[in-house]
Design a protein around this ligand. Sequence first.
Ligand code: FAD
Length: 571
Amino acid sequence: MASPTSQRTNKFTTLRLRFLMIMLLCHTPHESKLFSANQNHQKIFSPPPPPQQQQQDSNPHAAFDTLDLDGHFSFQNTAHASRDFGNRFFFRPAAVLHPKSVSDIASTVKHVYEMGPLSGLTVAARGHGHSLQGQSQADGGIVVNMESLTRRPSQGHLRGGGGGRYVDVSGGELWIDVLKETLKQGLAPKSWTDYLHLTVGGTLSNGGISGQAFRHGPQINNVQQLEVVTGKGEVVTCSEKQNAELFFSVLGGLGQFGIITRARISLEAAPDMVRWIRVLYSDFSKFSTDQEHLISLDESFDYIEGFVIINRTGLLNNWRSSFHPKDPVQASQFVSDGKTLYCLEVAKYYNSHHDDAETVDMQIQGLLSKLHFITSTLFVSEVSYLGFLDRVHVAEMKLREQGLWEVPHPWLCLFIPGSKMDQFASQVFGSIVTDSSNGPILIYALNQSKWNNNIKRTSLVTPREDVIYHVSFLASAVPSSTGKDGLDYILARNQRILDFSLGAGIGLKQYLPHYTTQEDWKGHFGSKWEVFLKRKLTYDPLAVLAPGHRIFKRQYQIRKQSITEGLLKNT
Ligand code: FAD
């Protein structure tokens, strides 16, 4: 009779073989990945076939039979997991896991890890799939649908008093749901993204920035604790004090070190109303001086962003449905046509039950009086706090109605050192980008010296200077167009921005980074690369996790590279 150990080994070997066979079957590239190399040498793949045309796997369930799951695997309805918001990269997974518990995720990752270095199987956490270049996809691997793990924060996970208030949320929770639940207690997270239909795990893997970040730092600066499933399938609770290395690795870590299953987010007292203000500049240096002045103040607006307007007509008429000119007569004399303009967008929060309206007005007047905008272009709107934070969703609904949401999104998001911003603006807004009709161009200053110093220990990469600018070109492409609104044109324009910046020594860093070569990834991480690689070796040594970024291939490559770089002995 076989010993319990050898029985276990046999069972495991059989399981491995069955799994490998199934993966080989599932890996058959029946969806055509048509390479259409464009000018930027990026690969564009054809969209996946509709579910009914997809190959039926022979008996893929067998490999997973021994996994005792609360949720389930799906092998046939995987088309959804092979797309993302970017609509340019399509990698079909072999299976989608719909977890109902953390242990579902842990046992799946552990299972893949235990298949060893020869297995090419990977696992990608998928939040809301709002990545741009396939980052939440797993070619022939397993996609974990994090949204099926959601656990409403109202179910007893909202805690604390005084400064220590927090909420425990699932990594698959949408920020809009976190907001709605915490508002029931008069509380809210401090730092946001502009759009809230993104998951907690998805934005914490990147950073999470918006107009509150100048004061509170990115979302990753407002997390007290995480629960993470590492690339070995271990479930680890981590914080600044407990398993700190893992905690800081995961924050901004592009999903490379673990899957966030729970996050403890700091909260503050929530306002209920927002005074939302837009003013225009035609002079970039006045605009940037004012932004930098506002972010330097202790008592400032609660939200500070901005955007660039190039070659747009009828701009102010578009605003009038939601913004009211402070002086309608003066505003009607302002003509925007053709000019490059810079819009400063700020907001002051208040509580309509406790705060005196006159005091709020006086604070706003005091702040505006020090600015140098074109006086006729002061526009004001009064909205609820929830309406303000969820503002992009309104735009989404409109675009969806017109069939303009699920189009290719060749976005380029950057951090520019403050000292180089004038040079960048003069070339990029002055000659490379000739109009802003393809989508908004965001621009706002951030003051890193105000952030919690721990940010430096996270995996987020930003330029070294205290003041940096976030600049995002959020273009939508018209699918079949070969003109200025077409994908190739916009990608070529993005490349020109990058080429100019490289040549001029701007020293930018990409946010939501996308690179196609390992050298470029090393360049991106710069002095953080060695730490990044060591962390990968510690927490995901077989490179099972987050293959969609294409930073690491499976174990062999990481090992080879570590040897080359002297981090491992060549044994
Ligand atoms: P996904 O796209 O599903 O995943 C993103 C990455 O995170 C993948 O690598 C994935 O594997 C990994 N991941 C997902 N879940 C987990 C998890 N639980 N644990 C570990 N890794 C995980 N970003 C900002 O910072 N500020 C903004 O204002 C902003 N606005 C946006 C507006 C729109 C309309 C869109 C589409 C995106 C915006 N983003 C913004 C970018 C957004 O933060 C990223 O696209 C983010 O990745 C999307 O989150 P998601 O939940 O859809 O994640």
